[in-house]
Design a binder for this molecule. Sequence first.
Ligand code: URA
Length: 250
Amino acid sequence: MSKALRLDRLLANMGYGSRRDIEQMVRAGWIMLDGERLTHSEDRIALDPGLPQRMTVRGQPLDPTPGFALMLHKPLGVTCSHKESGALVYDLLPERWRRRDPALSTIGRLDKETSGLLLLTDDGALLHRVISPRSHMPKRYLATLDRPLSGAEGEAFARGTLMLDGEDKPLAPATLEPLDDLTAYLTVTEGRYHQVRRMFAAVGNHVTALHRDRIGALDLPADLAPGDYRLLQSDGIDAIFASRRRVTSA
Ligand code: URA
C-alpha cells in the first residue's frame, strides 16, 4: 500500500512553502487533483509517482514526489556541493527543490572541472546502493591526456596493484580503452578522490579534460545538453544496476 501524507505536509516538504502558506494556497483554490479543487489542507494524499500527472499547483504540474532521481549533464565549472561559493549543480535545478525534505543530493561527485553524467536523488537507499563500495559500480570516463599513451597503462590499471600517492590500499582493477594516442575511456569501480586524474598521474601522464559518460549501464543521453537534466524513470534506475560485471584484470 502506498504511503499517504497530509496535503500541507507533502507540499511543505516539497518546498512549496510553510504549512500555513499551503493552507492559504488551498483556500485560494490553487491546488487541483484530477481536475477538482482541493479544499482541505489536512486531506491525506496517497504518495505515488503518478501524482504530478494528476495534481497541479497554480496551474503547473506538481513537482516529482519524494523518492525520485534524475540525471544531469554536469557542465564544467560547477561544484557538487550544497554550500561552497561559486556556481553549484543545485543552481541548475528549480529553486524550490533546494527546500525539499528529504533533501536532494548528488549520488557521488564530479570535480568542478569534470563534465558529464551526474545522478541526484532524495532517496537515501538508492544513493547508498549506488555509492556503496560493495556495489563495485562501474563508472566510465573519457580522459584527454597531455602526453601520448605509452601502451603500458592498460596493464598497469588492470592489475589491481596500482597505488595512488598518499594511500595504503591498491586500486581495484580498472579497464582502459584507448581511442587514440591522447584519448581513452577508463572504467573504474571505486570512487576515490580525484581518482582518474591521480591514476594517470601515477603512470606519468596528466589529464587535461575529463568527462563521465556512463554509470552502470546508464549512458548520458546524446540529446541531453550540458546544464540540462531529466527525471529517471524505473527503466533508467534499472539500467544503473544492469551492469554488475566487475572490471577484472586482463
Ligand atoms: N576522477 C576524477 O579525477 N575526477 C572526477 O570528477 C571523477 C573521477
